[in-house]
Write a protein that binds this ligand. Structure first.
Ligand code: FES
Length: 179
């Protein structure tokens, strides 16, 4: 059987190998579903349909049941995600200090809207409620880094740092304040 991407049988088996290793560590029962989904997502970056089919088959669940669980929890993603996940705070403090303009500037810079992922899979853009850094409003998070006091003019340079060859931000950059 080939996957939905049109892979041949051999490459499909290779593609499934990490999933089979995950499945082998769990008992084939419904209680295993969420931890298996978590591990599969960690492995594949998201939860493609063919992976969900294999999980459903392995646990003897309907695909509808598996989809029901995946769509219920926001931690699961059915579409590929960018290497960098940007979360723009839309809480009150950020909103009154220009959070919407920051969001629009990021959308323009990346050519996507909130909820989208760039074609090169570099960035996924999301909005979130207050992230508890109101004193730095308006605030965004990129992966685990908090960037505060942003405006529509300085946000592009913040994003640029994540486009560099080494996309792993240095530890000391964890809290950045844009001037
Ligand atoms: S409202 Fe944005 S961090 Fe609190």
């Amino acid at each position: 059987m080939g996957c939905i991407c049109g892979h041949g049988k051999e490459s499909y088996e290779k593609y499934l190998e990490p999933l089979r290793n995950i499945l082998a560590r769990y008992s084939a029962e419904q209680a295993s579903l969420i931890p298996i989904l978590q591990e599969a997502q960690e492995q594949y970056g998201y939860l493609p349909q063919d992976i969900l089919q294999e999980i459903a088959r392995s646990l003897q669940l309907s695909l509808a049941k598996v989809y029901g669980v995946v769509t219920f929890y926001t931690q699961f993603h059915l579409q590929p995600r960018g290497k960098n996940v940007i979360k723009v705070c839309t809480g009150t403090a950020c909103h009154v200090r220009g959070g919407t303009e920051v969001l629009r500037a990021i959308e323009k810079e990346l050519g996507i809207v909130s909820g989208g992922t760039t074609e090169d899979l570099e960035f996924t853009l999301e909005t979130v409620a207050c992230i508890g850094a109101c004193g730095l409003a308006p605030v965004i998070m990129i992966n685990d880094d908090t960037h505060g006091r942003l405006n529509q003019n300085n946000v592009a340079s913040v994003l640029a740092a994540y486009r560099s060859e080494d996309k792993t931000p240095r530890k000391e950059e964890t809290l950045k304040l844009a001037n």
